[in-house]
Each structure stands twice: as structure tokens, then as C-alpha cells.
Unconditional design. Sequence first.
Length: 196
Amino acid sequence: MCTPFTQLIQEILAELTSRIKEEKTEDHELKVLNKGATPQYRGEASFGDLTPIMRGKIEVLITNLAISEGTLVFVYGTLMTGRANHDHFLKNSIMMGEGRLFGFALYELGSYPGIKPKKKGQVLGELYLVDQRTLGRLDMLEGNGSLYDRVDVEVLGHPSHTYMAQTYVYKGKIKADKLVTMMDQPWGKKKDADLD
């Protein structure tokens, strides 16, 4: 198949997977740090509205393409395209596009950034569908549980759809004067401009 068509199918299946997981976890209330912060309509249609035959076909397709094992992850720093850790960790993952995280602010921490909850904050980044092995490697890179915590968040993707994803929230203290404004996002933008 041609690459753009394959990418489109993967994006559609990733969105369906996200919706399936949302519906399966509705009974077990998911703790989302910024739930409702994204100022977008989430839509009325749900996976449950499909006929049982269509649901079965989609689940088989998702399983055959190994999408069901994927986790949608929002990255905002060294893991973004063209940044220091991207090729080593996400080169073989499916990029779902750019994303915007509401309810968080981005801070410069030296050679990498971190985010912290902030009511009116916004962070620009990218969404990736990663497999379990890659997620484990990301947890190690980010020091999940010690330096950062991997948490569930709502992310506004393209075109104006809210996705349930996971991201890494910095656990340490930050200095207010290290805030990266929206004008200077995505992270590394200033550094890229300095190289021109």
C-alpha cells in the first residue's frame, strides 16, 4: 500500500482504539489530570453505536495491525521530531500528528523541558502511537516514578478532536522564570532559530 493511505488507516484505527478504550474504562473512572480542560466538543458518536458485525470487523483489523497493543503518548521535548531523543526512541512509532495539551505549562529545565499542571497553561507537542516495548523504554528515559510521572491526559489533536493519551509530568520543583511561553513553543523552537 502507499504510505499516505497506510498512515490514514493507522490514524483511523488509532482513533477507534482510543474510543474503545474510553468506553471500556467508563465503568472504571479513569483519573485524567486535565479532564475537561480541552475546549472542544468530544462528539456524540461512539464505538458502541456501530453494529456488532462492524465492531467485530474493526476489532479484528485493529488486532491484526497490532494497534490494540499501542498507547497514545503526548511528547513535548527531546522526543519530538528533530530533537535529541526522537530517532532513538520514536523513529519506528506511528506519529499521529501535532497536539495541544491544556491545563499544563512548559518549563525549561536545562537540556530538556518539563510540564506542570497550570489552570490556563497550554503545551504544544506531538502524539505518537507506541507499542509496549517502546513505552517501557520511554518510562526508563523519563525516570517514570522518580523524575517524571506518566499520567493520563486529554490532548487536542488534528482535526479538532480530543484524544485520551499519556504524557510525562515533571515531579521536581520548577522556577517560574523558566516558563516557556506559547510564542516560544514547541520546545526547542528558539534553539532551532539560533542555528539558522
